[in-house]
Design a binder for this molecule. Structure first.
Ligand SMILES: O=CN(O)CCNC(=O)c1cccc(Cl)c1Cl
Ligand code: NI
Length: 191
């Protein structure tokens, strides 16, 4: 019954904004194997990321660029997300993770000096968001197969931003309230 069928194009009007409950819940685990409608919604989410990273499509449809998109950002109470970014080996990588969980992580933490942004947040929230430098994630893929991913650097940061969404956490929840640019002592300077 979701409107996110394969031929549906997600645009900014479909993105849920902060202050909406669905962004503050722990999203429900998705039944494995995926229902057809869950597969189609996830593929729509990935297509949004591709469209948003294509300058001409993004301009034509006024899409804000995104490296990731969680199901609750389009109003679905489902534990799944899509991501699309250039990895450490400079390869364009895409992920669609269902019921992801971080099973281990580095002690070392990193952050983006420019801070983070979110399609669900229409304002600039400044400050460092400390994230694990490396994570190991277990999840299911769109075909219901168990997968394990090791991520580091920007990919690790994006994956944590998305899994946070699935747990009702916004990136600014992790910025130090007293001093937004204060860092815990185990954080390494990261480009
Ligand atoms: O939840 C996903 N979004 O809100 C999409 C828009 N934000 C980004 O692409 C973005 C920007 C900076 C740092 C990170 Cl980690 C991310 Cl994820
Ligand atoms: Ni976000």
């Amino acid at each position: 019954m979701s409107k996110f069928h394969l031929d549906y194009m997600i645009t900014m009007k479909d993105i849920v904004k902060e202050g909406t409950d669905v962004l503050r819940i722990k999203t429900k685990e998705v039944d494995i194997p995926l229902l057809e409608e869950d597969k189609e919604a996830l593929l729509c989410m990935l297509q949004y990321l591709k469209n948003s990273q294509d300058p001409s499509i993004a301009r034509k449809y006024k899409l804000r660029p995104g490296s990731g998109l969680s199901a609750n950002q389009i109003g679905l109470d489902k534990r799944m997300f899509a991501s699309l970014f250039v990895n450490e080996r400079n390869e364009d990588t895409e992920y669609m993770m269902i019921n992801p969980r971080i099973v281990s992580h580095s002690v070392n933490m990193i952050y983006l000096p420019e801070g983070e942004g979110c399609l669900s947040v229409d304002r600039d929230v400044k400050g460092y968001v400390p994230r694990y430098e490396r994570i190991k994630v277990k999840a299911y893929d769109i075909n219901g197969k168990e997968v394990e991913y090791k991520l580091k650097g920007y990919g690790s940061i994006v994956t944590q931003h998305e899994i946070d969404h699935l747990n009702g956490i916004m990136f600014y929840d992790r910025i130090n309230k007293d001093n937004p640019f204060k860092l815990p002592e185990n954080v390494e300077i990261r480009s």
